[in-house]
Design a protein around this ligand. Structure first.
Ligand code: MF3
Ligand code: CO
Length: 247
């Protein structure tokens, strides 16, 4: 069963999303040539604490950091390290927080310095694929309408969607039902209802959709080592359509 949130739950989820959006804006500004991903992680930890919130990823199934920091061919779950970002990289930053027991989750991909036009297109297409998915998140639509809209947009623009990782329901836990694939068929799956809260998160690849996990047990990379982008928002389905909580 997909949990439905009460009005009171939604108020706190809005507050959680708002804090996450603020932290994300600050971290985005910190991204640039020469900063290491563990410096960004440290900054994230400080910013989250300043807001009386907690990092949702740290300790989750043993995950060792507050953010996921995935560079270039890394798809998701990159572990922050001393690696410094360099001109032309693309950097995916994924953050989850807990505020008064309520979880929100968001991700962005940004270019470091000047990036090539192909990478710009990949980032734009992934961001737009998320928007297309969010547009389908309204009462009486099916979950598959979200999945299909994301896949269709990404593939029409010449990219592929990752199969190994999916979006998810969210609220009182980081991962709630349902799983939200970034590929699928329209009019399939459960019917969407007002009160559902979802983290929709397309991961879009320049080359093949196939991914594998590195020896560290976390970092997912594309098998062809071509770049990948990731955008995520936590949204609430309301009678008027999707409300984006993390912007
Ligand atoms: N946004 C990702 C997810 O929902 C990030 C999880 S990182 C983890 O799965 F460390 F918490 F697993
Ligand atoms: Co997520």
């Amino acid at each position: 069963m997909i949990p439905l949130k009460s009005k009171e739950d939604l108020e706190l989820l809005r507050a959680s999303g708002k804090i996450l959006a603020k932290v994300m804006r600050r971290l985005r500004e910190s991204v640039g040539v020469g900063i290491s991903t563990s410096e960004i992680d440290k900054l994230a930890e400080d910013l989250i604490r300043q807001e009386n919130a907690e990092a949702a990823f740290k300790g989750y199934k043993g995950y060792p950091a507050s953010i996921c920091a995935s560079v270039n061919e890394e798809v998701v779950h990159g572990i922050p390290s001393e690696r410094k970002l360099k001109e032309g990289d693309i950097f995916s930053l994924d953050i989850g927080i807990i505020y008064q027991g309520y979880f929100s989750d968001a991700a962005i991909t940004v270019g470091v310095g000047k990036i090539n036009p192909g990478l710009k297109k990949l980032i734009e297409a992934t961001k737009n694929a998320l928007s297309e998915g969010i547009k389908q998140a309204r009462p009486k639509n099916h979950l598959g309408d979200i999945s299909y809209a994301i896949q269709n947009y990404a593939e029409r623009h010449g990219f592929s969607v990752v199969r190994q990782f999916v979006g998810h329901g969210i609220g009182k836990a980081l991962h709630e039902e349902p799983e939200i694939a970034n590929f699928g068929l329209p009019h399939s799956g459960p019917v969407l209802k007002s009160g559902m809260v979802l983290a929709i998160e397309p991961m879009v690849n320049m080359g093949t959709w196939e991914t594998e996990i590195l020896e560290n047990g976390w970092t997912a990379v594309t098998v062809d080592h071509l770049p990948s982008a990731h955008f995520e928002h936590t949204i609430a389905i309301t009678d008027n359509g999707a409300e984006i909580l993390t912007q």
